[in-house]
Write a protein that binds this ligand. Structure first.
Ligand code: GLP
Length: 252
C-alpha cells in the first residue's frame, strides 16, 4: 500500500486526476472504476478542466461505477447516475454506451447484479478503480461485516451511512435504505486501486485502517492485501496518525 500525503483536498484532487489521466494516456481503452461522493468531485473537476488542454480522449474508455441507490430513478438528482453525468460524463467525449452504472430502479435487481458482474468480465476487468471511504470503513456500499468474498449484490445501508449521506437529500427519510454495490471481491479484482481520503472526519477511520488488522468489520482493510493500492490522503485525514507511521508507508 503506497500512501501519498498531501496538503489538502485540492492537492489530493489534482494528483488523483493526474493518475487517472495518465492511465488513459497509457491505455486509451482503459476500463475505469468510478466512485461517487464529495471526495471525488474535485478529481472530476480537474479532469474536466484538463480534458481539452491535455488532448485527452475518452472515446475508447469504458467505465463501471461502484454502486447505486435502489428505488431512485436515474433521472433524479440524488441518483449516482445523475451525479456521474453532472460531474463528469457530460463534459468529456466518452460514448454513452461505454458507461456502466448499476440500475437500482430495475424490476429484477438480482439479475441486475449478475449482469453487472458479466459486464465487468466482458470488459476484461477494471484497470484502475477509484474509491472513497465511508466513516465506518465501507468501500462502495459494502458495510462493515460484509464477507470479503462478495460480488455485486444488494445491501441494506447502515443507519450511519444513511445519516452521512442525508446531506444530499431534502429530508433524512428520503435517503434510500438499500443499494446495489460491487462486492469486495469485485473491487479487489481491479488491477490498480486509488483510494482518496480527505478531511478531519475521516481521521479516525484512517487511523484504524493504517494501524489495524485486516478484518471484515473494516471493509477497506482488505486493501492492505492488494498488490497495487495508492492512497492519497490529506493532512486532516492523517491527523490522528503518528508522523513516523505515515513516513514508513509513504514512498512518494
Ligand atoms: C458513499 C459511497 C462511497 C463513498 C463514500 C464516501 O456512501 N457509496 O462510494 O466512497 O460514501 O463519501 P464521501 O466522499 O461523500 O465522504
Amino acid at each position: 500500500m503506497k500512501l501519498v500525503k498531501v496538503k489538502d483536498y485540492q492537492e489530493m484532487s489534482k494528483k488523483a486526476a493526474q493518475i487517472i489521466m495518465d492511465q488513459v494516456k497509457t491505455k486509451p481503452d482503459a476500463v475505469l472504476g468510478m466512485a461517487t461522493g464529495e471526495t471525488v468531485i474535485g478529481t472530476y473537476e480537474y479532469i474536466v478542466k484538463n480534458f481539452k488542454q491535455e488532448l485527452l480522449s475518452f472515446k475508447q474508455v469504458s467505465t463501471v461505477n461502484l454502486d447505486e441507490y435502489i428505488g431512485v430513478k436515474r433521472s433524479h438528482p440524488t441518483s449516482y447516475y445523475y451525479f456521474m453525468n453532472e460531474k463528469l460524463f457530460k463534459y468529456i467525449d466518452i460514448p454513452h454506451d461505454h458507461v456502466h452504472i448499476p440500475n437500482g430502479s430495475g424490476t429484477d435487481l438480482q439479475a441486475e447484479c449478475e449482469e453487472y458482474e458479466g459486464i465487468i468480465e466482458r470488459l476484461g476487468g477494471v484497470d484502475l478503480q477509484l474509491l472513497g471511504i465511508g466513516h465506518n470503513g465501507h468501500i462502495g456500499f459494502n458495510e462493515p461485516g460484509t464477507p470479503f468474498q462478495t460480488r455485486t449484490h444488494i445491501v441494506k445501508l447502515a443507519e450511519s451511512t444513511r445519516d452521512a449521506n442525508a446531506r444530499f437529500f431534502k429530508t433524512r427519510e428520503e435517503v434510500p435504505t438499500h443499494a446495489i454495490t460491487m462486492g469486495i471481491e469485485t473491487i479487489t479484482k481491479s488491477r490498480k486501486i486509488l483510494l482518496l481520503v480527505s478531511g478531519k472526519e475521516k481521521a479516525p477511520i484512517m487511523e484504524r485502517l493504517i494501524n489495524g488488522e485486516v478484518e471484515e468489520c473494516v471493509p477497506a482493510s482488505i486493501l492492505k492485501l492488494h498488490p497495487s493500492v495508492t492512497i492519497i490522503a490529506d493532512e486532516d485525514a492523517l491527523s490522528m496518525l503518528e508522523n513516523d507511521c505515515v513516513k514508513v508507508l509513504t514512498h512518494d
